[in-house]
Structure formats: C-alpha cells, structure tokens
Design a protein. Structure first.
Length: 149
C-alpha cells in the first residue's frame, strides 16, 4: 500500500508542469511598462496581469520562442508610495539588445538600476496601472518573488 502511494506521488511529481518549480526564487527587480502585449507575445499566453521579463530570467533570446520562464508567476512589490503589490504571469521577453534595463549578465548581474531582473508590465493587461497606481511614475525598483499561479 505504501509503495503504491509513493509510486503514485512520484508519477504526479514527474508530470507537474515545469513552471511550478523552483518556487520562492526572489530577485531585486526594476519595473517598467509596455503596450502591444496581446496574443502575439513570445509565450502565446494571455489572461490576468502579464509581464515581459529580462532576457536573463526569460531564458532565451529574441526569435527563439517561448523561454523556460513562460507561464511562471511572480509577486511584485515596491516601496515607492502609491504602488500596489500584484502578481503577474510571464508571457514575453524583454530583450537585452538595446535595452540596458534588461541586459543583466546572469541572475546575479545587475542593470543600471541595481536590479537583478526587469519586469516590463503589460499596460494592455492592466498590470501597469494596477502596480504603478497613483505613484505618478512608470519606473520603480523593488522585489519579485516567484509564486504559484
């Protein structure tokens, strides 16, 4: 009975989507906004608050399609007055080339804002308005923590 249960649990764990692990990764992050983030995004995913993420976390470069970060979710927060914490789903790439905020080298590197990753919040999904709120800005820094979707 116990061995059957263990085998069943192992099968469930093996079949779990890769976007669920590892949880609780956390990064210092910068946050910006963009539009034009509809169904043609790299991951092909939509629904709820969405964001593009810097190439170092997305996992592949432009033209390579869906990266390993596609479909993962992050809780975003900032200490900037007027901002509100939200959870976003990664649906697109913020390419390193020509974009210094998304050009960190590896996950321990930092951008010009001193952040390990950049989240480009999708204005079309409402993520940018929900996060930046009444802050009067569209650029802040804070923390990003991977959470379950």
């Amino acid at each position: 009975m116990l061995s059957t249960l263990l085998l069943a649990l192992a099968a469930v764990a093996a079949a779990a989507p890769s976007n669920l692990a590892p949880r609780q990764q956390s990064f210092s992050a910068s946050f910006t906004q963009y539009s034009g983030c509809g169904p043609s995004v790299a991951c092909g995913l939509t629904g709820g608050f969405t964001a593009a993420v810097s190439q170092n976390l997305f996992g592949v470069g432009p033209g390579a399609g869906a990266g390993p970060a596609c479909g993962t979710c992050y809780s975003l927060s900032s200490n900037q007055p007027g901002t509100a914490p939200i959870t976003v789903k990664i649906t697109d790439l913020c390419p390193a080339d020509g974009n210094p905020l998304c050009a960190q080298q590896g996950l321990s590197g930092t951008n010009s804002a001193g952040a390990n990753v950049n989240f480009d919040l999708c204005a079309d999904s409402g993520a940018a308005a929900a996060f930046f709120g009444s802050s009067g800005t569209t650029f802040v820094t804070g923390m990003a923590v991977q959470v379950g979707c």
